[in-house]
Design a binder for this molecule. Structure first.
Ligand code: FAD
Length: 445
């Protein structure tokens, strides 16, 4: 599903049909745009005071938009990549080298460059373990259980934690090894990752969704959805309500898990089981700006810090003088930092990232510290986490998450049925799928 051409073109089959779309992230913005293109009447409701959902950039920290949520375009065969092309977006082309803060066999801890993968057998075994995970077709045990079974040494596990558990929006204790492999086998957008050189992620979506972003009603939190054979009725937190022929619910899985929207009649047992069983992890980014660069100029990812499994320089290839680092923290480590921030303020969590960096760079982080920003997605009241992840046994449950309930359709990244959950292009595709579902049933209802 690389482009939405069939849905962008054509007549107005939706002319006499009213759809309420709930949630204005990538899925909702794109679904609404496609509905408008097809002549539907759309009421577009967003609970927070902005559209974009888990796509959000800060424009004051640096001389380029620093992404606080989605940052990379995953693969060149997707509707998102097509949007990049339509926007003439340029990608970062900087050469980078990953670095590893790790102990060697003698216990000496140091910062090592990629050549360590050739000299340290234990780290090389961890890297092979990561490559081999996508072939795993045994029991759907956690990645941690696979690490134990394969016998990956403790001192190399930080790499698997960063590149698997953390990368998938959780941690190795919660990601299912076979579910991960099953999702990977269905991934079709391509394996290259692209960082935008000058555009922000949201600007791409804005360009592709000119009508829907005009139409969104902000501060419109839906609290309940009544549906029958003939219509749907959405009730908002302020007591007002909207009746329509169909609804598309695109809210994050965390919001459904928390029961923030009441469904009447209740959702099917299958849907409710899927909502509770598919994983949705905690997650945050901490952006820190400095007065000077103390890390390698070509830093790709830095792995091995205690509190931040992965750190990178978001301005590399985007700024003439990039002075920011992004700490990307998911799962249990994000929960721990959230607790620190809730108890002592965001600065207390930022201090822990500085302490990590001071240890690696001999106090340089604190000396050069200018400002920090904590974007804790788990504490966002209408997000409640990072993104869905392949918890054990979750592969088949994605179809239940996506399944239509009466006149209520479901979209949003977690409902992607073929592996591209947890991504922007996956979310866009689910919005497109939900619109197609409504188009398909128009003649039947
Ligand atoms: C830290 C981080 C890094 C990421 N990095 C990448 C990346 O590099 N590349 C990538 O492709 N993806 C990345 N992702 C994932 C990507 O951001 C998401 O998969 C995608 O943006 C989700 O879009 P969505 O429309 O499904 O949900 P959302 O963007 O969450 O939109 C749902 C909307 O529903 C609204 N809502 C919630 N409750 C209600 C209610 N009751 N009534 C009305 N509205 C409501 C919310 O406010 C929100 O705006 C990242 C995510 C995070 C958190």
């Amino acid at each position: 599903m690389a482009t939405a051409a069939p849905l962008l073109a054509g007549c107005n089959p939706g002319k006499n049909t009213h759809v309420v779309v709930i949630g204005a992230g990538a899925a909702g913005l794109w679904a609404t745009q496609l509905l408008i293109n097809k002549g539907f009447r759309v009421t577009f409701l967003e609970a927070s005071d902005r559209y974009g959902g888990r796509i959000l950039a800060n424009t004051s920290l640096a001389d380029y938009p620093v992404e606080l949520g989605a940052e990379e375009v995953h693969g060149a065969d997707s509707v998102l990549y097509s949007m990049c092309q339509d926007a003439n977006a340029k990608f970062v082309e900087a050469a980078t080298e990953d670095h590893f803060w790790m102990a060697d066999g003698d216990g000496t801890v140091a910062l090592r460059d990629e050549s360590v993968l050739e000299t340290d057998d234990v780290l090389a075994a961890a890297a092979r373990f990561i490559d081999d995970l996508t072939d795993w077709d045994g029991d759907d045990v956690t990645v941690s259980a696979r690490l134990d079974a394969v016998g990956i040494a403790d001192r190399a596990r930080f790499l698997v934690e960063a590149q698997v558990g953390n990368e998938y929006g959780s941690d190795n204790d919660h990601v299912g090894a076979r579910s991960l492999a099953e999702g990977d086998a269905e991934w079709t957008s391509g394996s290259a990752n692209y960082a935008l050189a000058d555009a922000s992620m949201l600007s791409l979506i804005e360009l592709a969704c000119p009508d829907s972003r005009e139409q969104v009603q902000l501060g419109a939190a839906v609290t309940s959805l009544q549906y029958s054979d003939g219509s749907v009725n959405a009730t908002l937190a302020d007591g007002s309500s909207v009746s329509a022929d169909y609804a598309i619910v695109t809210v994050p899985l965390g919001v459904l898990k928390a029961g923030k929207i009441t469904f009447d009649p209740p959702l099917s047992d299958a849907k409710q089981s899927a909502i509770s069983a598919v994983g949705f992890g905690s997650g945050m980014k901490i952006i820190v700006t400095f007065s000077e660069r103390f890390w390698p100029d070509d830093l790709g990812s830095l792995y091995g810090a205690e509190h931040a499994p992965e750190v990178w320089a978001p301005g590399l290839g985007r700024s003439g003088n990039p002075l920011e680092l992004t700490a990307f923290v998911m799962g249990a480590k994000a929960d721990a930092l959230s607790a620190v921030a809730l108890a002592g303020g965001a600065d207390a969590a930022i201090d822990l990232i500085l302490a990590d960096l001071d240890l690696i760079f001999e106090g340089a982080a604190t000396r050069a510290f200018v400002a920090g920003l904590l974007q804790d997605w788990t504490q966002e009241p209408f997000i409640l986490g990072s993104y869905s992840f392949p918890s054990p046994g979750s592969t088949e449950l994605r179809a239940d998450l996506a399944r239509v309930e009466g006149r209520v359709h479901f979209a949003g990244e977690a409902t992607h049925r073929t592996g591209m959950y947890g991504t922007v292009h996956g979310a866009l595709e689910t919005g497109e799928r939900a619109v197609q579902e409504i188009l398909d049933r128009l003649g039947d209802d």
